[in-house]
Design a protein around this ligand. Structure first.
Ligand code: NAD
Length: 458
């Protein structure tokens, strides 16, 4: 058992706050640790603090929670810094999406081939990139040697950017890969009996190994597609309530047929515009909600987000309501806290991580963050070497996605307007250069975007 200092930046995050606290409280190997919860939003900070203190006293476990709006205080001498901060809140990006749509860019100028995820803010994420880089620089300055665990999106872009620009141990994490368990379950296998290897970039990962007790499950997946998929889809179309229920959707199966490996987790939300032209197209491929990134699916996600926020508030503040009965009895499947424990206690274990390639996947530059299973311990991240994906995936999926990442990082680092225009000249929704010019003019003129406008106007 090792006591460490953990700083959580953006601790009021609706997506993460309760899970981070819950998983910590169910981790005896880190007992006695000091946890600094940091957020600029005092209301959210108070809520997560009340939640953490009430829950830890219910469970009778000894973690010391400190609340602060001062980032330096949280990061100073930390052993681990967790970044879950998202600049501006969801509403800020929804406003840019609305402007984009007025100019003919359905779901926003940020949506591109292999990144249709509605809160994976790349080309319009200027402030989010700046925030993530500032946090990384604080870690370098005030907590040299600490581990930075990057949970805030876009994990692919930010892990690559931080590892290139800052001397810091960074690992990007995403829970999307856990979707292989649902696929195993639908095929009738216990997830704990299944071994899966998924590799690629964050949100663009492909199932390169899928076995149970030594048996290859791909032939069973093929048989399911041939004999059972139609009936499954018929029922699913009548009952899909959760827009994220797309792991075995027609889109997933179509991607498998086109590219030769099964896409996992948020990969299914991507693809080319063939799956995303409009709501009708999305509904064909992702079910009646149109999947999580349609106007319907994302509206449902944001509504749930709001609801969950009030729910947490109630749990944190109503003395009549205990917290424990509303959460699982043990840790969730999230890898964040187990990774911290593996490093702190030098207990090597394999996790799905995003780290600079350094030879892990053939055909990808070493300074581009890949998502792979790797062994993590106090000694660091031990990557497998020479992993391979089929040429079709490497060259028509991963390289185009890498190009968008490089364009985004160049836009952020160098500024100037041309790259924004070029971004849209590669987009099949663009009918003229004038359209591209006008949409960027409107986005950069949006209140709140003054600094971003200066950066891109030069
Ligand atoms: P959210 O808006 O609910 O939470 C973000 C938090 O960041 C807020 O509490 C906000 O006050 C805080 N924040 C903003 N600016 C800050 C600053 N300068 N310093 C400190 N805190 C600041 O958003 P969310 O839905 O919880 O998502 C948070 C992030 O997590 C997003 O980037 C989202 O895409 C990402 N996410 C990642 C995964 C994954 O698997 N890695 C899964 C879900 C969400």
């Amino acid at each position: 058992m090792t006591k460490v200092k953990i700083a959580v930046i953006g601790a009021g995050s609706i997506a993460w706050s309760s899970t981070v606290v819950h998983d910590l409280l169910h981790t005896p190997t880190l007992l006695g640790s000091e946890v600094y919860l940091m957020d600029i939003d005092e209301t959210r900070l108070k809520r997560v603090g009340a939640f953490a203190r009430k829950y830890s006293s219910e469970l009778g476990v000894d973690y010391k929670f400190h609340l602060t709006t001062n980032r330096k205080e949280a990061i100073k001498d930390a052993d681990f810094v967790v970044n879950t901060a998202m600049y501006g809140g969801h509403g800020y990006y929804e406003a840019m999406r609305e402007i984009s749509e007025k100019h003919g860019y359905y779901r926003g100028v940020n949506s591109t081939e292999w990144n249709m995820v509605s809160d994976y803010h790349t080309i319009w994420g200027y402030y989010q990139f700046k925030l993530a880089l500032d946090i990384a620089r604080d870690v370098e300055q005030y907590a040299p040697g600490a581990w930075l665990l990057q949970l805030a999106n876009p994990v692919f872009e930010l892990t690559t950017l931080i590892s290139r620009e800052v001397k810091v141990n960074v690992i990007g994490l995403c829970h999307g890969h856990l979707a292989y368990k649902e696929i195993a379950g639908i095929l009738g296998f216990k997830p704990e009996d299944v071994e899966a290897e998924m590799i690629g970039f964050n949100h663009v990962i492909w199932l390169t190994k899928f076995t149970s007790k030594g048996r290859n499950l791909y032939p069973l997946l093929d048989e399911w597609i041939e004999k059972k998929a139609q009936e499954y889809w018929r029922k699913w179309r009548l009952s899909q309530r959760n827009p994220f229920d797309i792991h075995l959707s027609p889109a997933a199966v179509d991607m498998y047929k086109r590219y030769g490996l099964f896409p996992i987790g948020d990969t299914v939300r991507g693809g080319t515009w063939a799956y995303h032209w409009d709501l009708k197209t999305k509904q064909y491929w992702f079910g009646p909600t149109g999947g999580p990134d349609s106007e319907i699916g994302w509206m449902l996600y944001l509504a749930h987000h709001e609801w969950y926020s009030s729910y947490l508030e109630r749990l944190a503040e109503d003395p009549r309501m205990p917290i424990a009965p509303f959460f699982p009895a043990s840790r969730t499947d999230e890898s964040l806290i187990p990774i911290i424990s593996s490093i702190a206690n030098d207990e090597p274990a394999t996790y799905q991580v995003n780290v600079p390639n350094d030879g892990a996947i053939d055909g990808i530059p070493n300074d581009v963050a890949v998502e792979i299973p790797a062994e993590v311990s106090a000694k660091g991240v031990r990557r497998p070497q020479g992993l391979r994906v089929p040429g079709k995936i490497l060259k028509s999926v991963l390289w185009p996605r890498m190009l968008r990442m490089e364009m985004t990082l160049t836009a952020f680092l160098e500024g100037g307007r041309q790259i924004l225009i070029d971004w849209l000249m590669l987009d099949p929704r663009t009918k003229s250069e004038k359209q591209a010019e006008e949409v960027w003019d409107a986005i950069l003129a949006m209140p709140g975007n003054e600094e971003m406008a200066k950066h891109y106007r030069g």
